[in-house]
Design a binder for this molecule. Structure first.
Ligand SMILES: Nc1ncnc2c1ncn2[C@@H]1O[C@H](COP(=O)(O)OP(=O)(O)OP(=O)(O)O)[C@@H](O)[C@H]1O
Length: 234
């Protein structure tokens, strides 16, 4: 199992022209995440995405260190990004090739240099996710659920050790949200899941409640979700 460590991490952002030169997006946070499935929950704008993005270097700490399996994200960014897959809320941002098969092929470019073998491997990936019939379709003609599944298939095809998913079910209908949720929770990889779906959070092994740029509760999902519900209802 993987290990994600945050050592006194602070994230600040400049606010050009704003009343204050810098805002704190994440207050000093120290975490040691070794559980298989870690949920990040909390209100809009609380800092969940920021926390999730720190894990693969999409957000850099202003101070402190993020370490994934012993690799400092700031120093070994490329190596970390090969081990840490990322799935966004809106899969469109990560589907960049004209057709479904080409998109999976792009994900596989580091693993298989030979074009034909890569296309074959891409077809196998699609088949294993039930997407074989869509191979030659434009990604823009897919439904939201198909697109999210394709984005996930592309990332998982690279066999990452950790998967970070930032609200991956938010745009999906109930059936697709359940399908993607079940898939994520069944992965062998360590999962960091930022989500507003508290039922999904409850099925994780650990939950962190983020509020106003700080982790305010951390522990068993049932307790953390109960705490969130109690505080959210005022
Ligand atoms: N680069 C930046 N510059 C200024 N402010 C930022 C920057 N990135 C994030 N923020 C702010 O930091 C706060 C936390 O944002 P973040 O996206 O991490 O929240 P979130 O919990 O994922 O929200 P949501 O549930 O709405 O997706 C928000 O107020 C956001 O506007």
């Amino acid at each position: 199992m993987s290990r994600i460590e945050l050592d006194r991490v602070v994230v600040r952002a400049a606010t050009p022209g704003g009343p204050v030169p810098e805002v704190t997006i994440l207050e000093e946070t120290t975490l040691d995440l070794t559980e298989q499935r870690v949920a990040l929950i909390g209100p809009n704008g609380s800092g969940k995405s920021t926390l999730a993005r720190l894990v693969n270097g999409l957000v850099e700490p202003t101070s402190g260190r993020v370490v994934v399996d012993g690799l400092d994200v700031a120093k070994k960014g490329r190596q970390v990004r090969r081990r840490v897959g990322f799935v966004f809320t809106d899969p469109t941002s990560q589907l960049v090739m004209p057709t479904v098969i080409e998109d999976v092929g792009l994900s596989l470019r580091h693993l298989e240099r030979d074009r034909e073998r890569r296309a074959e491997a891409a077809r196998e990936v699609l088949a294993s996710y039930g997407l074989a019939e869509l191979a030659d379709r434009s990604v823009h003609t897919l439904s939201g659920g198909q697109r999210q599944l394709l984005a996930l298939a592309g990332v998982l095809a690279t066999d990452p050790d950790v998967l970070v998913a930032d609200e991956p079910t938010t745009l999906l209908d109930l059936r697709n949200a359940r399908m993607i949720g079940d898939l994520l929770l069944g992965l062998r990889q360590q999962l960091v899941l930022a989500t507003h779906d508290l039922d999904l959070a409850l099925r994780c092994d650990r939950a962190l409640l983020v509020d106003d740029g700080a982790v305010v509760a951390d522990g068993a999902p049932a307790e953390v979700v109960a705490h969130y519900r109690a505080t959210a209802s005022g």
